[in-house]
Design a protein around this ligand. Sequence first.
Ligand code: SF4
Ligand code: SF4
Ligand code: FES
Length: 249
Amino acid sequence: MSRILEINIFRYNPEDPASVPRMQTYYLEETPNLNLFIALNRLKEEQDPSLMFDFCCRAAICGACAMVINGKPQLACKTKTKDFPNQINLMPLPGFKLIGDLCVDTGSWFRIMNEKLEAWVHTNKEFDPEAEEERMENSLAEQIYELDRCIECGCCIAACATAQMRSGFLGAVALNRIARFILDPRDKRSEQQYFEIIGTDQGIFGCMGLLACEDICPKNIPLQDQLGYLRKKMGVLAVKNYLFWKKRS
Ligand code: SF4
Ligand code: SF4
Ligand code: FES
């Protein structure tokens, strides 16, 4: 006989003055291979059309469905109910503006983050549409691609104690993106320019290094390696800058 799942969902609509934050319990019969994407859609269609949650690709590539599932930020479309006990608790990702129930506004957070990083290739070269594509070594292209696999789901920010305590902390996702531009030979920014972006307590020096981000990342991006690399690189630059200013004063 199939299980009856008890699904407790955070409910709150900040737009509705009568709405009060609370947990609401739903019961659903488990079917083979049930994932939380299907479970939540069934609940919405069969029991409560007012439920708010986000999904887009349902294939772990858009990042829209991230939520806290039994205490851990994860992608709902990638999460099978069979891997959980009968009781499943769903909360919105912390650290992002709540839109309603399980929906959060990760888009604005990521836009601001990308603007701070100037997350585009900086070059003085004029674009020539007639020119042949420049070659890049396969191994280097693969290294860059490895870091570019981030789907901006926000799980690493939700799991990061520093990001929860300090608004404006760039987090592993931003540090990983900077590591990606440092690798890219087309980006002509100097080490000092990168230092100005991430060489602060809001950047690499605010990171406590406990690596919840790496443990939680649903795309298994090697965040630990990037954080270690940047801490070392920016630490050396911080010492150089200090010695330079000391000499001048
Ligand atoms: S290692 Fe750094 S970025 Fe990752 S969760 Fe900890 S404080 Fe946040
Ligand atoms: S680094 Fe991983 S956890 Fe963080 S936003 Fe990207 S895919 Fe999500
Ligand atoms: S719906 Fe796109 S990642 Fe889950």
